[in-house]
Design a protein around this ligand. Structure first.
Ligand SMILES: [Cu+2]
Length: 109
């Protein structure tokens, strides 16, 4: 009976000790999920440096998210997802290698 109250403070100490070693993250960093479906990319919301964009292929076809200057390329089988970290401000246009009519863009500030 007396063990339980002693264990709770132990867990609290462990959790508190982990916090200082967590990687520093900008307070505003966010993760945005962009769904690919019916041969289209959903619009990418406005991004900030530090954000992560997760592309989720909900379509029945394989798609890529290929940057026009080849700065990134995700090749996603149906049901797969891939993520990009926004490292700098700017605009990126992308398309699908298998379906060149599929196009999208993202802007990071
Ligand atoms: Cu495609």
């Amino acid at each position: 009976m007396s063990l339980l109250p002693r264990r709770i403070p132990l867990f609290a100490v462990v959790a508190g000790a982990l916090l200082p070693v967590a990687p520093p993250m900008p307070a505003a960093a966010a993760t945005h999920v962009v769904v690919i479906d019916k041969m289209k990319y959903a619009p990418v919301p406005p991004l900030k440096v530090g954000d992560t964009v997760v592309f989720l292929n909900n379509d029945m076809f394989r798609h890529t998210v290929t940057e026009t200057k080849n700065r990134f390329n995700l090749d996603l089988m149906p049901g797969a997802k891939g993520s990009l970290k926004v490292n700098s401000a700017g605009k990126a246009d992308f398309y699908c290698k298998y379906h060149p009519g599929m196009r999208g863009s993202m802007i990071a500030k």
